[in-house]
Design a protein around this ligand. Structure first.
Ligand code: UDP
Ligand code: MN
Length: 334
């Protein structure tokens, strides 16, 4: 027999939970109505900063998405019919920095409407770390894994440039899109490595891509920034890069986005282990577009909204057993 007291506690719990759900949905609907018109970003005068009010609204959207995820409630702003979806493809691999990098970029992605994250682990199976991070992220996502074949794996002593990175993972994500994305819905695909730094403006620049859009990338190729050079008709004429400007598309992986339809119409377009060093971008772009059809973004390629940052690998003396008396506590996830 339940005592009247425990019945009371139960009904209070039920009422509080219901009130929370109603609150979330109401707030969601209100924010949805107030969401800025997508055109507002491109219409903004470059010299003006995005207004404080807009920033606050974005922060609320981020918090709300996390609250909804915690309570297992579907996110009311995904799949807004009026906005093309952004599919961001992120290869990721286990290392001490992984959680920090994924936390940083996932919290940026939280502030982007109609965004779907395809995260592909370079691993034999999907790991608990990434699984839990995604489940709590508040994002709409697909979690895959695709392990780099042994002969293509970077060894600890290898310099970074020695082997291509992310090939198998990005191809697995493209395959997923070809099998699952709705070809009737407008969408754009962007390759978002887990260690880069992304400004929110970037996503609104790429959202309405018709073919392939291109823009500058900061801190890459050993120069301050690389960018497409435009001709007098504002078409891409050439590339300003620190390295091999003769490449057909001398652009970093973070410097372009592709309309989903082009990838669906060209089912063979993919990355390749056989491409020469620095030619991954040219391999995929050459299969879907010509230079004449590129769409320059970011105020005619004069603005930097993405940086090819690379985080220094931390030295972990405790893990190496070099800190006397310190026992490594592996039960704490870092
Ligand atoms: N990556 C991977 N497996 C690896 C090395 C890298 O999946 O063995 C991922 C990495 O997490 C990142 C992308 O591939 O998202 C590009 O790698 P990285 O940032 O190391 O390359 P770089 O910045 O030098 O181009
Ligand atoms: Mn990187």
């Amino acid at each position: 027999m339940l005592s009247p007291r425990s019945v009371n506690i139960k009904s209070v719990r039920f009422l509080v939970f219901t009130a929370l759900v109603i609150f979330c949905v109401m707030l969601g609907l209100k924010l949805m109505v107030n969401l800025p018109d997508p055109g507002i970003y491109s219409a903004l005068d470059d010299s003006k900063m995005v207004s404080t009010q807009l920033r606050q609204l974005r922060a609320q959207v981020g918090r709300l998405k996390i609250l909804l995820a915690k309570n297992g409630i579907a996110n009311p702003y995904e799949n807004l019919e009026s906005l093309p979806t952004i599919f961001a493809i992120t290869p990721t691999h286990t290392r001490p920095l992984q959680k920090a990098e994924l936390t940083r970029i996932s919290q940026t992605f939280l502030l982007i409407p109609n965004f779907h994250w395809i995260i592909v682990e370079d691993a034999e199976t999907r790991t608990p770390l990434v699984t839990n991070l995604l489940a709590q992220s508040g994002l709409s996502y697909t979690h895959l894994n695709a392990e780099t074949p042994k002969e293509w794996k970077l060894l600890l002593e290898d310099p970074q440039w020695k082997k291509p990175r992310g090939v198998k993972q990005r191809n697995a994500a493209l395959q997923w899109l070809r099998n699952h994305a709705d070809p009737r819905k407008p969408a754009v695909v962007f390759f978002a490595d887990d260690d880069n730094t992304y400004s929110l403006e970037l996503f609104e620049e790429m959202r309405n891509t018709k073919t392939v859009s291109v823009w500058p990338v900061g801190l890459v190729g050993n120069v301050r920034f690389e960018r497409p050079i435009l001709d007098e008709h504002d078409k891409v004429a050439n590339w300003s890069t620190g390295w091999r400007p003769e490449r057909p598309f001398a652009i970093d992986m973070a410097g372009f986005a592709i309309n989903l339809k082009l990838l669906l119409d060209n089912p063979d377009a993919e990355f390749s282990f056989d491409a020469p060093r620095g030619y991954q971008e040219s391999t995929i772009l050459g299969a879907v577009v010509t230079k004449e059809n590129l769409e320059p973004k970011a105020s005619k390629c004069t603005k930097v909204y993405v940086w090819h940052t690379r985080t220094e690998n931390p030295k972990l003396n405790d893990v190496k057993g070099k800190v006397p008396g310190m026992v490594v506590d592996w039960t704490v996830e870092v």
